[in-house]
Structures are given as C-alpha cells and as structure tokens.
Design a protein around this ligand. Sequence first.
Ligand code: 6PG
Length: 482
Amino acid sequence: MNADIAVIGLAVMGQNLILNMNDNGFKVVAYNRTQEKVSTFLDGPAKGTNIIGATSLRDMVDKLATPRKVMLMVRAGAVVDDFIQQLLPLLEAGDIIIDGGNSNYPDTNRRVVELKAHGIRYVGAGVSGGEEGARFGPSIMPGGDAQAWPHVKPIFQGIAAKTDSGEACCDWVGADGAGHFVKMVHNGIEYGDMQLISEAYHFMKVGLGMDHQHMQQTFAQWNSTELDSYLVEITADILGYLEEDGSPLLEKILDSAGQKGTGKWTGINALDMGIPLTLITESVFSRCLSALKDEREAAAELFQNTPKAVDGDVAEWVDALRQALLASKIISYAQGFMLMRQASDESNWDLNYGNVALMWRGGCIIRSAFLGNIRDAYANDPELRFLGSDPYFKDILDNCQSAWRKVAAKAIEVGIPMPCMNAAITFLDGYTTARLPANMLQAQRDYFGAHTYERIDRERGEFFHTNWTGTGGDTASTTYDV
Ligand code: 6PG
C-alpha cells in the first residue's frame, strides 16, 4: 500500500490531526489499541475521507509507503515505550517513528539514541493548539534525528498553522529531545500567561469590584492592544459565558487547579540549569497552592484576611493592570528564552530563537501578536540574552514600570495574592541591579563554612577565606558551584 503516514492513538488530538492531514491531501492510516475506536472513527468523523483503518500494527505497517512514518499520539510515559517495542520488529532501517505527545524531553533524548541503534529515525514533536489547533493548524515543534526531517517536513508544514504572511508554524528545532524541550518551555510559558491573566481577573473582581460584563469587555478590549493573544481572547469568552439562570459559569468552578506536569518539568529544569525562571515556577506553585483548598478554607476562617477594596478611579486602575500584565508577560518570556539558551548551550542544540517564536506565533495556546515582536527581536540580534533589552520591549518595560509597581504594591497592601506579577517586577529589579547583596551571602558562607569568596578588587576566579572570628581555622573548603 502507499499511505503517507500512520497515526496511533485516536483520542481527541490524534483524530483531529488525522483529519487535518487528510484535508491537506495526505493518505493516513488510523490505528488504535481498542479496535472499536477505529471503526467508530471511520464511520463517524472520517466517513467519506481517504482515511483508512488498520486492524493490527502489522496491518498498519503494511499499508505504509517507505520510508514508513508512524506517529504516536498516545499518553506520555511507558505507553510510548510499549508501542516502540511493538513497532520495532515490524519496521526496517530508515523508517521513522514520531512521538507527538507531551513527552518529557530526557525520554526523547534516550529514545533517539536507542532507536538510532536499530536504524530507526526518531522524532519527538511537540504539538500545541488543543483540539481546534490539531484539526485546523497546530504549532508543531519537531526535533530528534535530523535525517527524518525531509520526510516529515511536507506533512508537518502542510498541516501546521500559518502566520498572516503564510509561514508555517513548524520548523526543525534541533537534535535529541530539543522539540519536546521547546514544547515543555511553551507549556511553562502557557502556565505563566494563564496565571498572570488570572491575577488580573482577581484584582478586577475583588479589588475593583468589577462585574463580569465589565471584565469581559475589558479583556476583549485588551485583545486589540499589544496583549492580543488566544489566551486573552478566551478569557473574555469565559467571563461572558452565562448559565441558564443568567449567572456566570466561572464563579461556579472550583478554584483548585490541575496540572499534567509540563510546567513542573520546566521549573525543575530551570533549577537544574541555574536559570532564575521565577515567574513560571511561581505559576506552578500557584497551582499547588490552589489545590490546598481545604487548608486554605480553614486558614481563611482563622485569619479573616478579607482583601480590602482598591480605592480610586476604576478605569485608571484597569489601565495600570493592563500595563502590569504586559510588562510581566515580557519578563516571563524573557526568562523562558533564557532557559532555552542555557539548554541549547548545554546540549549543543543551536536553537534558533526567532524560529521558536515563529513556531509559537500561530496555532499554539500561547499564540499572540507579541510573538511576532519576539521574532523580530531575535532577527535583529540572534545573541540577545535578555528579551527586555531589545529596544521594542525595553520601551514597554520603561513605560509600564510606574503603573506596574503601583498595581503590585496595591495588591500587597490590600491583600490580593499576585505572585507572578510580583515575581516579574522583582526579577527586573534584581536583573537590573549591578550590585546585589550577594556579597553578604558570600561573607556568611565563608564565616560559617569557609566556603570562600571573590573580591571586587581582585581578578575573578581568585578565592579568599577569612578567619572571621579569629578562633576559626585558616583552611578554606573546596570552592565549587553546582
Ligand atoms: C497545548 C497544551 C496542551 C495541554 C497541556 C495542559 O500546547 O496544546 O499545552 O499540551 O493542554 O498539557 O497542561 P496542564 O494540564 O498541565 O494544564
């Protein structure tokens, strides 16, 4: 047979990707472990298309043109390894396996190497955009064995979202698990964006006493500013959604956030790599804190810390909030790109940051006009270390700073938790401070543990120890950093 690609896993993402591939002229074989799902799909959404089903993995493989391309759209973790093991005896050298799930990138690193030893080219592809993205144009971030790219490129770039100027939101990311790494950071940024928006909503509702219609209109209006993005757009929709009795559904939803792990992995990576990814990490902790619902209710009862209303002109506060959200978002992306640069340096991935921004420009959950500006920033200076130093973003940070500080300070004063907005401004203050109090830290470390310090009046790399009390020894401990 001569099908272009097989997709394993007919959950929502798998089905929609298959339909999208079919729309774009590719012949797809659909397979699912539970056979019934295949027939339900073929008799349902896939009816009247060129999509064909497979009754077994053998049958599926036999229906593919060579080199065979098999895409896994299954749950991350052991299920991926199970399918790889089952596929191995059925495939031959040169064939390609693609994992389109949210796999943790060290798993992808490992699989690329293991499969290479069998002559199989392995691709870990981050796919973002949810159900609608998968159906009509996701953002796809493929990485792994570069030899696979020419074979999957037409399919992936064919089905991916396109920017206004027609560029596909999909390009080769890099070797090993680079694609899944970039998708992980995407999700971390998604966590940050969502938390920042939620903090703005909280300030509007609790601090400013705005009703849902007013909040809905505000977010809708923000969506025609630099904040133009999918997440701001859906926030307006969510605020406007009413139940049959005319009350907003949002207020009936339990305030305990779930998470599938990609934000947590991003935070863990930042700690491992020594990158101050404060905002995204705070957003993960915010979800953890929200999940302590019973404890929070008990503490609320005990402390009676009801936030106070924010005085002043509501319209002025709303505009200050818009500026605080925009500036915080710049810091979040700046931190995310710092993490990617560190990973790229450590793993020799040679990531192209402008391309990453382009891939996120459309199709994915964090898609926004803003990413077009990030792309321009990296096009102007591929070596840019801090996004906020780019003239466009620096200008925004400078202009928004006073309103941003006002919002952050007011939130603390009245008792509205805004961990991510506060983390953002604190990061900017730290990053733009030439002399931090880490001299004190170093002195303390040397005082109690002879951990040594460097001096500002001597060359970097020369380490000193002081016998601070006169009773300690002169022997320094080894100087090393993790
Ligand atoms: C995407 C989303 C997608 C998924 C998240 C949800 O890019 O399409 O990020 O991958 O919705 O994994 O993550 P949480 O369940 O952790 O919020």
